[in-house]
Design a protein around this ligand. Structure first.
Ligand code: NCD
Length: 349
């Protein structure tokens, strides 16, 4: 339930019991964001702060009764204009574990179907004293527009083919749990890079952590401008340095991490692939291909996965796969982000 101002606690509990609830002090935290729109403007220290706090949140999740109600009086509204299972449930759970009020609004049952604009919808929700609006939208840039029309903090839960910063953060957290450090690690993302917001935010985040990122896919599904040699002079510093490789066997060789990505058919124009069969023959992440990666490589997938197309079913559930860990860690990372935003709002920044 959303509470109106008179029902809200005068002094939200944010921060008060956090040290007790999380067993942590937050004095070393570096965090300068009102909104989480993408990772392109995140400092290394900010990513580290999210990851270290996510570790504390993960301890809360692993308790028998996973509750640390440090965000009582805080309202989170999930506003999803595109289908979602894990991201939406993950934000709901993250808010609830921390004691926030969480509401989910689906575009197909909201006034959007009556023609209300995105800006009006966002203004209406922020008039209900929403502290955070978590937004997924099929248009790239929609959360940026929303953030200019609300007092609430906006968290981008995926905008078109553009960005998915919370997915990149949970992937970084999962990798740091396994590898300790991402510096100089070879991370290969395979699949529909052009239409993947996961790839785009991932390349910012992984690069910021010092990893070497390789993007691999058929030429029709690789964005132009990412290879340093393709870039116009003015873009040299505006994009992270990544390598581009169309041959999956070359890309995967000696990889520390391989991330398979779904074909984003809902965003493709058509005519990009001869056939699904051809795609999976040439680009499916299989056991045979993974044998060229490092022995203790990590296999990731953001989900939802199409086994037999971009990833083999055997490797998806094999011992190198972190697919389920990514889902659990997603809740911890989103808890950390809600907490960081709540603390900043309370300090009145
Ligand atoms: C991704 C997304 O929505 O961008 N899913 C997710 O959030 N875990 C990836 C995808 O849809 O393929």
């Amino acid at each position: 339930m959303v509470t109106n101002d008179s029902e809200r606690p005068v002094e939200p509990l944010v921060g008060q019991s956090a040290e007790g609830a999380l067993g942590t002090a937050s004095q070393d935290v570096v965090w300068n964001h009102d909104h989480v729109l993408d990772l392109d403007d995140f400092l290394y220290e900010e990513i580290e702060s999210v990851i270290s706090l996510a570790g504390k949140m993960r301890e809360v999740l692993d308790r028998r009764i996973a509750r640390a109600p440090i965000l009582r009086g805080f309202t989170v509204i999930n506003l999803f204009f595109e289908p979602s299972t894990r991201t939406r449930a993950s934000f709901e759970l993250a808010g609830k574990v921390l004691g926030a009020d969480v509401i989910s609004v689906s575009a197909n049952t909201s006034s959007v179907v009556k023609g209300e604009s995105l800006i009006d919808t966002v203004k209406t929700l922020s008039a209900m004293t929403a502290d955070v609006i978590v937004m997924r939208h099929e248009m790239s840039g929609a959360p940026y527009l929303a953030s200019r029309h609300t007092r609430a903090s906006v968290i981008n839960a995926g905008d078109g083919s553009h960005a998915h910063p919370t997915q990149a953060l949970l992937d970084i957290y999962t990798l740091k749990q396994r590898l300790g450090d991402l510096k100089d690690k070879k991370i290969v993302m395979v699949g529909d890079i052009s239409h993947s917001r996961v790839a785009r935010s991932g390349m910012w985040g992984f690069s910021a952590m010092g990893a070497n990122v390789v993007l691999c896919g058929p030429p029709t599904l690789l964005p132009s401008g990412f290879a340093v040699s393709d870039r116009p002079e003015h873009a040299r510093t505006a994009l992270p340095d990544v390598d581009i490789e169309t041959d999956i066997d070359v890309a995967i060789k000696d990889a520390d991490v391989v991330m398979a990505l779904r074909l984003q058919k809902e965003r493709q124009q058509g005519g990009l692939l001869p056939s699904l069969h051809e795609y999976s023959r040439l680009y499916q992440v299989t056991a045979e291909r993974l044998s060229k990666a490092k022995n203790n490589h990590i296999l990731m997938h953001p989900g939802p996965k199409n086994e037999g197309i971009e990833i083999g079913g055997d490797v998806a559930s094999g011992s190198n796969s972190t697919i389920e860990e990514q889902v659990t860690n997603g809740v911890a990372v989103r808890m950390a982000l809600l907490y960081l935003i709540a603390q900043r709002n309370q300090r009145g920044n």
